[in-house]
Design a protein around this ligand. Structure first.
Ligand code: F6P
Length: 741
């Protein structure tokens, strides 16, 4: 629309310029013509009168002169007539000829001096006049001057009429022209362009397109349309070939899972039933700084995993809209197509009030449920108000989701994480036909630890509304089943891992979450040099260890730094030759415990740096910001080892991202035994992060590990992530959900 407006504006400016030019010319010519005509008629009048005026003036017959002047003053446009003596003093003048007029007549003196008739246009007071002075003679001598004064204001009036008429015409032209330009642009350019864009978009999204015949005649876009049509045809063919190939691969379960295979799988399995995902955190946050809107991907395992899933299968993702430009970038329903650069599914943002965020997210989810589930020695805080907000927000999401699925029979709903424990039951109560999967991404504590929660029964009932309750490890499933057994009446089948309550059965199953291995790094040589990558951060040492975490007390960063301290104390030969790079993404900063922890981590890094650092070397480089997945890739590829010291973690996808990035089969993974990832990543160096000695020894082992052993371990690790990547996780979870109920 903006372009249409600009084109119309440009055309209007050009027309206006032409019309104004022509009008100026026409008005000037008319002014010249009327002026010449007035001068001519004044001269004729003066010439005809002078014959009678001259003898009367010479004879000093003032009465005759007055009579003569009075008689002719009545004529049309004659303002006045006057006779002056040879000193330019008024002798006789028409009645009513104002003093100011006769006083300002320099023209009389000019005519007397030059002895020629002299005319001049004057504006006196507000009147526009033409004054002609003609010398009077007695023989050869100049005895005075005769003056005729005519009204010239009609000349101005006439030019004003010309301007007014032409400007009116111009306005009419502008309206007609603008309408014509807009209509033409719309029909000739924008509509065909929009159609072409839609065709390409539809083809790219893999939906059926109706292609115009390449040779169909039409607009001047015909050649372009023909090319696009050919390209789209090729795309459609390529897609169906890929899809056929994927379908064939689908049969062979030993081949790796890919986005394409997951897409084909869900198509075949769900028969085009759409998938709905609900999570607290949204996959894209739009923020506005100094009038510029940007989007970012938040640091979260849920986002890493689910984005890849929805990009493959499409669907609708409901999440809290938390960015300051989120409303501006979504439609009136809070919806937008994402990824913003290459849309593949719909994000529906849910708006929460500051009070809801404080109670549901900060208070109940992160100050009660998080420390309750994660054994990191932070006491959970249970507050009734927070619980009520948690319940209310779960209800708000349920309401929004029910609205989305109202037209869909048997929708597939995948609820994510501890923020929405009540949601499965809320959905099932209204829509028993919905197939609901609930995935708890963080650890599930022992039955005893969970029993301190005042609202444990409500939480368990809410979760058991789901057809499938998923956890990252079998241990978490076992803990959950024990908790239900301890807290409520139910039938538990320990062989099939199901819980039946009030006639509804939930299957409790482990689905170890993962990353999109195939997208992360193709096999081959590494294309970055470590020195260049780390040099940008001022790191010049021979060896670099890497830590990538949200700044969360559960990640064991303080313990990690202690381990580094022990390593440096035991290994002076590495002083000045080894750096540990810690990427720490700010997280949950509104919670005091997180702020205290961030300050403690920064102080600890400084302490270790002071202890061992020199003018040219700092053992710990602390990057306190979120790195995008793209920024992390070269760091993963270049580090000598990646150190994960979680005190308790559902899975820890950094471990899998590091391994997936190591297409060179180099580097060592040091992994906490308390991260879910340790279950199937046994080829890492597994440590107890509470033991600084164990961490220090693992660092020494990693830095001295022979290349062949590194390769052997890394190959095994990569094999496990490749085989159980996020596409397989999604397929298994979706299959479990869709086969229930
Ligand atoms: O991946 C584990 C997790 O706890 C998610 O549940 C959560 O989305 C993520 O970490 C980040 O936390 P937050 O969304 O509170 O920033």
């Amino acid at each position: 629309m903006k372009q249409t407006f600009l084109v119309a504006l440009g055309a209007i400016a050009a027309i206006s310029l032409v019309v104004v030019g022509f009008t100026y010319d026409e008005a000037s010519k008319e002014e010249l013509r009327l002026s010449a005509d007035l001068q001519y008629r004044t001269r004729l009048l003066a010439d005809s009168l002078i014959e009678s005026v001259e003898p009367s003036f010479i004879n000093n017959s003032t009465t005759t002169l007055e009579r003569l002047i009075d008689r002719f003053t009545d004529r049309e446009r004659v303002v006045g007539l006057a006779v002056f003596d040879n000193k330019a003093a008024l002798v006789v003048g028409s009645e009513g000829l104002q003093d100011e007029v006769t006083r300002e007549l320099d023209v009389v003196q000019t005519a007397l001096d030059s002895d020629t008739p002299t005319g001049e246009f004057l504006t006196i007071a507000t009147s526009s006049l033409y004054v002609l002075a003609q010398p009077l003679h007695q023989g050869q001598t100049i005895v005075g001057a005769f003056v005729a004064i005519q009204d010239a204001s009609y000349i101005n009036a006439q030019t004003i009429v010309i301007w007014r008429t032409n400007i009116l015409r111009l306005l009419v032209q502008i309206i007609v022209f603008a309408a014509a330009v807009i209509a033409l642009l719309w029909f000739v350019i924008f509509r065909p362009l929009r159609r072409m864009t839609e065709t390409v978009k539809t083809a790219r999204a893999g939906r059926a397109v109706s292609l115009p015949h390449p040779s169909s005649p039409g607009t001047f876009f015909a050649p372009l349309a023909s090319e696009i049509s050919k390209m789209t045809t090729s795309l459609v063919h390529a897609r169906s070939a890929a899809s056929e190939e994927a379908r064939l691969r689908l049969e062979k379960l030993d081949t790796p899972w890919t986005a394409e295979r997951l897409k084909e799988f869900t198509k075949a399995y769900l028969k085009d039933r759409p998938i709905f995902v609900v999570s607290n955190r949204e996959p894209y946050i739009h923020t506005k700084t100094k009038n510029v809107i940007r989007y970012s991907v938040p640091p979260s395992g849920v986002i890493t995993a689910l984005s890849a899933t929805l990009e493959a299968c499409g669907g609708v993702w409901l999440a809290h809209g938390s960015g300051n430009a989120d409303k501006e970038t979504a439609d009136s329903e809070g919806k937008l197509e994402v990824p913003p650069d290459d849309p593949k599914y719909t994000l529906k943002r849910i708006w929460l009030t500051a009070k809801e965020i404080a109670g549901y997210y900060v208070g109940f989810a992160n100050e009660a449920l998080w420390p309750l589930s994660i054994m990191a020695h932070t006491r959970p805080v249970f507050n009734k108000e927070h619980w009520l907000d948690y319940r209310r927000v779960n209800g708000k999401f349920a309401h929004a989701l029910l609205n989305e699925i109202k037209e869909i029979s048997q929708p597939i709903i995948l609820v994510q994480d501890y923020h929405f424990a009540l949601l499965p039951q809320m959905i099932k109560n209204s829509r028993p036909d919905a197939q609901v999967g609930f995935f708890w991404h963080i650890p599930w504590p022992s039955a005893e630890a969970f029993s301190v929660c005042p609202w444990r029964k409500e939480l368990l009932e809410g979760m058991l509304g789901a057809d499938v309750v998923g956890f990252n490890t079998q241990q978490f499933c076992n803990n959950f089943i024990d908790t239900v057994g301890r807290e409520m009446e139910s039938q538990i089948d320990y062989e099939r891992f199901t819980i039946t309550r009030e006639g509804h059965q939930s299957s409790i199953k482990a689905f170890p979450i993962s990353v999109a291995f195939s997208n992360m790094a193709p096999e081959g040589e590494r294309e970055v040099t470590p020195s260049a990558i780390f040099g940008e951060l001022g790191i010049k040492t021979e060896f670099v260890g890497l830590g990538v975490d949200r700044l969360d007390y559960a990640k064991g960063i303080l313990e990690r730094f202690k381990g580094i301290e022990f390593f440096l104390a035991d290994n002076p030969t590495y002083h000045g030759r080894f750096t540990f790079l810690q990427i720490a993404a700010p997280s949950r900063e509104s919670i005091p415990r997180y702020r205290e922890h961030a300050a403690a981590v920064i102080a600890e890094a400084e302490r270790v740096n002071k202890l061992f650092g020199t003018k040219t070397w700092q053992p710990i480089v602390f990057e306190h910001r979120t790195y995008s997945h793209e920024e992390l890739q070269p760091l993963y590829k270049s580090a000598d080892f990646c150190l994960i010291t979680s005190l308790h973690d559902g899975m820890n996808l950094v471990a899998k991202e590091f391994v997936a990035a190591r297409s060179d089969n180099g580097g060592v993974l040091i992994l906490s035994q308390f991260a879910g990832a340790a279950r199937d990543m046994g080829s890492a160096l597994i440590i107890n992060p509470y033991s600084a000695e164990e961490t220090a020894n693992a660092i020494t082992k990693a830095l001295t590990m022979p290349g062949a052993e590194q390769k052997k371990r890394m190959k095994r690790l990569r094999g496990s992530v490749r085989d159980y990547n996020i596409y397989r996780w999604a397929a298994e979870f979706i299959k479990a959900v869709a086969s229930q109920g």
